[in-house]
Design a protein around this ligand. Structure first.
Ligand SMILES: Nc1ncnc2c1ncn2[C@@H]1O[C@H](COP(=O)(O)OP(=O)(O)OP(=O)(O)O)[C@@H](O)[C@H]1O
Ligand SMILES: Nc1nc2c(ncn2[C@@H]2O[C@H](COP(=O)(O)O)[C@@H](O)[C@H]2O)c(=O)[nH]1
Length: 216
């Protein structure tokens, strides 16, 4: 038996999953996503294309692929996105190219996308998608986090707060909802969801052979 098929090693061949994190802006998706990526080498970020300007500290190709509107529209036209949406006046889309091949190879992908994109992904890729929604402990705390982040102008913060309640109203379109009151606790819960979802029978494509060997 190959070492990767040792019982208990939990590394049987499996299909990758699409792990979606959504929340109102400022609730902590990026914080949780970065931690997951740093601690888990089986999951990679799905890097979206966006027409919004780059923020200080962001890196082209790591945080987003930054594109102008003409380039984005051309990608929509060429059907290069698994999903796309307009958020806060900017366009965001998930490029399809590497995702489908990666899933077959057992690669998991993390998506930091809004509820519209989540619905589209789910319609297209249903059983591959795990939908997690993060909620802030309160609206006041959400605003404090946006201000504390120090990346947006007053006008942008007001726009994000104005949309927060509408975004929160989509919580029931998700498989899991986690309140991000404490980063450690929230991360632990998100981690547990990912671990459990990886063990779903349907994803463990190596189980058939493994069980057959056991029964020989
Ligand atoms: N549990 C928490 N307690 C206190 N502060 C937090 C917590 N989680 C995240 N933060 C802080 O809140 C701010 C917003 O978090 P983050 O940027 O991760 O939100 P986001 O949901 O990704 O926002 P956006 O949708 O605008 O990208 C950051 O400054 C982050 O450090
Ligand atoms: N539908 C999609 N939404 C996306 C995508 N990438 C990011 N987002 C969402 O946009 C807002 C704003 O993000 P920000 O980085 O400008 O603060 C946030 O809700 C993201 O989840 C995407 O590819 N598709």
């Amino acid at each position: 038996m190959a070492p990767s098929q040792t019982p208990g090693s939990n590394s049987l061949k499996r299909r990758g999953l699409m792990f979606v994190l959504s929340s109102p802006s400022g609730a902590g998706k990026t914080t949780i996503a970065r931690r997951l990526l740093a601690e888990d080498d089986e999951i990679a970020m799905s890097v979206s294309v966006t027409t919004r300007p780059m923020r200080p500290g962001e890196v082209e190709g790591r945080d987003y692929q930054f594109a102008d509107r003409a380039r984005f529209d051309a990608m929509v036209e060429a059907n290069e996105f698994l999903e796309w949406a307009e958020v806060f006046g900017n366009c965001y889309g998930t490029p399809k190219a590497q995702i489908k091949a990666g899933l077959r190879e057992g690669q998991d992908f993390l998506f930091d996308i809004d509820w519209q994109g989540t619905q589209q992904l789910y319609q297209r890729m249903e059983t591959d998608v795990v939908r997690v929604f993060l909620l802030p402990p309160s609206i006041e705390e959400l605003e404090q986090r946006l201000r504390g982040r120090g990346t947006d102008s007053e006008e942008v913060i007001e726009g994000r707060m104005a949309r927060a309640k509408a975004e929160i109203s989509h919580w029931d379109g998700y498989d899991y909802v986690v309140i991000n009151d404490d980063v450690e606790a929230c991360f632990g819960k998100v981690r547990a969801i990912l671990d459990a979802e990886r063990l779903r029978r349907a994803r463990q494509t190596g189980l058939v052979d493994f069980a057959r060997n056991l029964m020989r």
